[in-house]
Design a protein around this ligand. Structure first.
Ligand SMILES: Nc1ncnc2c1ncn2[C@@H]1O[C@H](COP(=O)(O)OP(=O)(O)OP(=O)(O)O)[C@@H](O)[C@H]1O
Ligand SMILES: [Mg+2]
Length: 344
């Protein structure tokens, strides 16, 4: 009876806990948080840690902090690199989307990267419970991304989704309400950014940080030749004499910098296609491949992957939102998910 009453007054939440971005959707209200998964912490003279900023505000501080402030991305490469900070971040986002008057212990559906360890899953569940959740359900990313991309996952029909995030690229084949096959590789947005950093160092003796590398990628990154190649100025530090300098880089050069990562993603996709059972492979030939996650926004990536595997590739609408939208849809079934779930 008490639980039923709680249910009437609480709005359940869906969270996409990504290594680059965290999004929170409140049932009946829509997406209320969409921020980088970044936390800035400061230490007092006794070494006690406290949160200075979370999300967008913390991301702006990357590479610009004095020694007593640390900017941390607690989830890296699809794993939890810093448990304590991950917990702080989850709690902060839940509390921020939590209007205490209306939310009495919500149920929370959290999407996590595919293949987290038991301990990592436990951390996510405990942090959400600590933040007030009365029930926490974890779902894995490629399946939820498929739902969010509008794929009819319940039908006896094979579909392939490839979600390119910050830390991982997750590829999943769905049919009859489940994942038949999936693969996760640590080659995604961060790997591409690192490739750009290395390229600038090797070819121009120019040292740049992660944030600048990401900015260049978003501004001029293209996976296939453009009708008219574009360029941008890049500021950094000369590796030899330490002076500040600025050079021009073209989308053609950047393609060279991204080549390794893009080939890695295409290889992972080929692997999954090779392992897909023939009936489902037939469906995929018919349905094509769907691209989600922030990496899907790289110009011409659909064409690049399509050339690599000789199949049609489509980019989902608003690919950065596919997972949270899918989680929002799955949230409608949280009653039955809760009934059939086993404790982690
Ligand atoms: N317009 C764009 N062009 C290219 N890359 C982009 C663009 N917008 C965002 N990205 C990249 O997408 C990545 C973030 O995508 P997303 O939010 O889907 O990741 P995530 O869900 O947090 O990570 P993961 O799924 O690996 O846990 C970042 O690497 C970012 O640089
Ligand atoms: Mg993601």
């Amino acid at each position: 009876m008490f639980k039923r009453l709680l249910g009437m007054f609480s709005n359940d939440l869906a969270i996409d806990l990504g290594t680059a971005n965290t999004l929170v959707l409140v049932k009946g209200q829509g997406i209320c948080i969409n921020e980088p998964s970044v936390v800035a912490v400061t230490y007092d003279k006794h070494g006690e840690k406290s949160i200075l900023a979370v999300g967008e505000e913390a991301k702006k501080m990357i590479g610009k902090t004095p020694s007593n402030i640390h900017v941390i991305r607690p989830m890296k490469d699809g794993v939890i690199a810093d448990f304590e900070i991950t917990e702080m971040m989850i709690r902060y986002f839940i509390e921020k989307s939590h209007d205490r008057k209306r939310f009495l212990s919500p149920r929370i559906l959290i999407c996590v990267p595919y293949g987290l360890t038991k301990v990592e899953r436990r951390t996510v569940i405990d942090s959400a419970k600590f933040a007030g959740a009365r029930y926490v359900h974890l779902m894995e990313e490629p399946f939820v991304a498929s739902i969010g991309a509008g794929i009819p996952v319940d039908e006896p029909n094979g579909n392939l989704v490839i979600d390119i995030g910050g830390g991982t690229t997750e590829i999943g084949v769905t049919s009859l309400g489940g994942l038949v096959l999936s693969k996760s590789v640590r080659i995604a947005g961060d790997h591409i950014d690192q490739g750009i950093i290395n390229y600038m160092k090797k070819n121009f003796n120019l040292i740049i940080g992660e944030r600048i590398a990401e900015e260049i990628k978003i501004k001029i990154g293209a996976a296939v030749p453009l009708d008219e190649e574009i360029s941008t100025m890049v500021k950094g530090r000369d590796q030899q004499n330490g002076s500040l300098k600025s050079i021009e880089i073209t989308s053609e050069q950047l393609r060279d910098a991204m080549k390794n990562s893009l080939e890695g993603i295409a290889d992972a996709l080929k692997d999954v296609l090779e392992q897909t059972p023939p009936e489902l492979a037939g469906d995929i030939v018919e349905n094509g491949i769907v691209l989600t996650g922030g990496g899907a926004l790289i110009r011409g990536l659909d064409k690049y992957l399509s050339n690599a595997v000789k199949l049609p590739v489509y980019t989902a609408e608003e690919p950065l939102l596919s997972v949270v939208k899918g989680a929002g849809i799955a949230l409608n079934s949280i009653d039955s998910l809760q009934k059939t779930a086993y404790e982690d």
